[in-house]
Design a protein around this ligand. Structure first.
Ligand SMILES: [Mn+2]
Length: 477
């Protein structure tokens, strides 16, 4: 008998809590429980075990010095060494699993892309004693399959912010394996966002990367807390459009010259001032799908499709980046100096777009892109499609009877927006709760909103290697 255990999004890494800072930079704070889970698998004698870690085993983005990607082998190895020394229990448990002659398979995610570099991969293999053991690493973007029924992949392929350019990564690994100096890699937009925006904010507000899913809707919360963060918005937009700073600045300048942004042309205008005016005008226009948007896209050299949805009554969870941006435009420009109470309505709207009262319900996937992707894979003949990445555990029946989409969730901490706030029927009922929640966030009193739900997908295989049982489970610790 063979049993397969699939976990994902462990996010091991980041500085530990210290002194008054009760959270540190980690999002995975329960590595002792994680190691315990793996030691228990290692001790199993009644079955042959395969443990699959389906992406984001390590979190290089949480390790100082922060970088969207660390291309230099010595620097990337140094980051991994820090993590191994800090979290040796976890690495020892993987070693124990392999020493017990069980099987370990690791797939690349989007917070651990450095593992695809030859030097980093080798260091990792040494840390878990993989040599000569039953260890497999998939770092080329291929999905992993079990028989012809099960398909496993991290899932970031379907997330436009976090998809990895595997051809580019392969080029880099090819060069580095020959010790050629090639550090040329374009990390995903989401990684740049973490480095340039999220990690900066996290120095002050620890909750920022615990709120999932990672979407533009996190921004309204920030702006309500601290309107000065608006200067980051132009940075986010430039990341979204994948323009470098120079191109972005040039495109803004071209805009000032080409038509009126209501800014004087006879004096030097600060970048921030430009950014603010641009965002105010352009976002509003974009959301109305104004023809002016086309003019902007043209002047900025933007060809790609933007995810624009109509301003209005979209169901929560189906809003694109720019439709959630409606509420942040409100937040930005209504009256920045006003009391937080004035920002509550837009904040409330933005929060309900970020997490719905069903976000933690494993029987329903409210993130459409993953469900669509899973359905396509089922149409290709797979029966069980397993993703991670979203941090929300799922078991959802797909259209074809007997086919399922699973998400293994996360072993990192999650922050839950108070459920009674999300289910409140009137704004009058919601606002006092929202005010309390905001005050917890501002004071970094987030412990009571933290959820730790270590989930895994358990697969039983019969002698012929076919699935005889599969389910989503929570580790009882
Ligand atoms: Mn991920």
């Amino acid at each position: 008998m063979k049993e397969v255990f699939v976990i994902s999004d462990l996010h091991v890494g980041g500085a530990a809590p210290q002194g008054n800072d009760t959270r540190g930079f980690q999002i995975c704070t329960q590595t002792a429980i994680l190691a315990d889970f793996i030691y228990n698998l290692a001790a199993r004698k009644d079955a042959y075990i395969e443990l699959i870690i389906n992406g984001d085993v390590i979190d290089f983005l949480a390790e100082r010095p922060f970088a969207a990607f660390t291309p230099t082998p010595t620097e990337a190895v140094a980051k991994l060494r820090q993590i191994v020394e800090r979290e040796y229990q976890f690495f020892d448990s993987l070693k124990a699993l392999l020493e017990a002659d069980h099987q370990l398979t690791i797939l690349l995610g989007n917070h651990d892309i450095e593992l695809a570099l030859p030097a980093v991969r080798t260091y990792f293999e040494q840390a878990i004693g993989a040599l000569g053991r039953n260890y497999h690493f998939i770092g080329n973007g291929e999905a992993y399959t079990i028989g012809n029924e099960v398909l496993i992949e991290h899932g970031n392929r379907y997330d436009e912010w976090n998809a990895v350019d595997y051809a580019n990564l392969q080029e880099l690994a090819i060069s580095q394996s020959r010790r050629e100096t090639n550090n040329n890699f374009n990390p995903p937009k989401g990684s740049r966002m973490v480095e340039e925006v999220i990690n900066q904010i996290k120095e002050k507000y620890r909750f920022i990367d615990l709120l999932k899913p990672e979407t533009g809707a996190v921004m309204p919360i920030l702006l309500a807390l601290e309107p000065s963060y608006r200067k980051n918005i132009s940075k986010i937009l430039s990341i979204y459009w994948q323009l470098n700073t120079k191109q972005y600045t040039d495109s803004i300048k071209a805009l000032v010259a080409s038509r009126s942004l209501g800014l004087p042309e006879d004096r030097e205008v600060s970048e921030e001032e430009l950014g603010d005016r641009l965002i105010e005008q352009e976002l509003t226009k974009m959301l109305k799908e104004d023809a002016e948007v086309e003019a902007f896209k043209e002047s900025a050299g933007i060809e790609q499709e933007m995810n624009i949805t109509e301003k209005g009554n979209l169901p929560a969870g189906e809003r694109g980046f720019f439709s959630t941006a409606v509420s942040f435009v409100d937040l930005l420009f209504r009256n920045n100096k006003s009391d937080i109470d004035k920002r509550l309505p837009s904040l409330y709207q933005a929060l309900s777009a970020l997490q719905t009262d069903r976000s933690f319900d494993p029987s329903r996937e409210n993130l459409k892109e993953y469900l669509t992707a899973a359905q396509k894979l089922a149409d290709n003949g797979f029966k069980y499609i397993l993703f991670g990445h979203t941090h929300f555990a799922r078991k959802v029946a797909l259209k074809t009877p007997g086919t399922y989409y699973f998400n293994s969730g996360t072993w990192a901490d999650l922050m839950q927006i108070p459920p009674d706030l999300l289910t409140a029927e009137t704004e009058d009922a919601a606002f006092p709760l929202l005010r309390n929640f905001m005050s917890d966030l501002m004071g970094n009193k987030i412990d009571k909103h933290i959820v730790f739900k270590p989930t895994y997908i358990h697969i039983q295989l019969n002698k012929a290697g076919r699935v005889s049982g599969i389910d989503l489970k929570t580790y009882e610790c």
